[in-house]
Design a protein around this ligand. Sequence first.
Ligand SMILES: Cc1cc2nc3c(=O)[nH]c(=O)nc-3n(C[C@H](O)[C@H](O)[C@H](O)COP(=O)(O)O)c2cc1C
Length: 307
Amino acid sequence: MEAVTDVIFRHVVDKAGGPDLYFSEFTNATGWVHAGDKAIGGRLVKTADETRLVAQIWGSVPDDIAKLSTHCKKLGFIGIDINMGCPDSSAVKAGGGAGMIRTPELASEIISSAKTSGLPVSAKTRLGYSSLDEWHDWLSHLLRQDISALTIHLRTKKEMSKVPAHFELIPDIVKLRDEIAPETLIIINGDIENRDHGLEIIKNNPGVNGIMIGRGVFHNPFCFNESSPDRTNKSSIKSAELIDLLIYHLELYDKWHEKNDRPYQTLKRFYKVYVRDFDGAKELREQLMNTKSTDEVREILGRIQYN
Ligand SMILES: Cc1cc2nc3c(=O)[nH]c(=O)nc-3n(C[C@H](O)[C@H](O)[C@H](O)COP(=O)(O)O)c2cc1C
């Protein structure tokens, strides 16, 4: 997730009990080819211990996709995921993200170009551009591209995130995959809150191979936790556990923010993840939003008692 799943937050999530696979923030291939690392603002910064990390990239120029994919292999990413679902107008106008849904032949070329890196290639997309009726043709097309995995955010581009995810289509999608590309893994995304919720979907649809959680990690950073499933229920998490994670986040921020190219302001979007659900949480959040450094945050936290 853009401005969320950077090297810092991935390590925080790992400490809380991470998923089997991580995806980087989406990174534009053409920007990188023309202007190098400064164009991508630390999106592909990773540490050597991150061995379960797929690079998510996007773009509409096949040659640029090939170049960035090859670079990602050198950086140690284990796969390339092509974003074909982002509804943001800047991505769509550039012919990438959800714009790809309207140019299936170009989407095929983009996938082939990523494959020249030698890494496994997957795609993440939506059910269609403006109408739900598009899902069958669009997903059939992608499934014919011999990709390792296909992640489907169960909404159209037009629906943004304004309607509930179309879980009712999962059985038909799995059937289509079984017919066209039995080897391609299906990953379901949209409105899945935590690991238990994901496992329930898989229990009801055994053909589904994986679950992707996005915003759920904002509601509960322990949402992937496997060893103690009750902790995936956010009401069972103590405020002190969340504050401990925040302190860890601050520590990692201090360590990596320069390499990662993240100004202090970018850290503030995370405070609501950790400071909530106790008396005085709102006031504390407001105080933190007025800080200018991690030391200031630590100083404020040091004055407060939690349970
Ligand atoms: C802040 C934010 C940033 C996102 N950035 C990306 C991204 O870089 N790549 C991507 O494929 N999807 C991105 N998404 C979409 C999510 O991956 C996901 O498809 C969507 O939020 C629905 O799933 P969820 O209900 O689990 O969040 C982003 C979503 C949010 C809220």
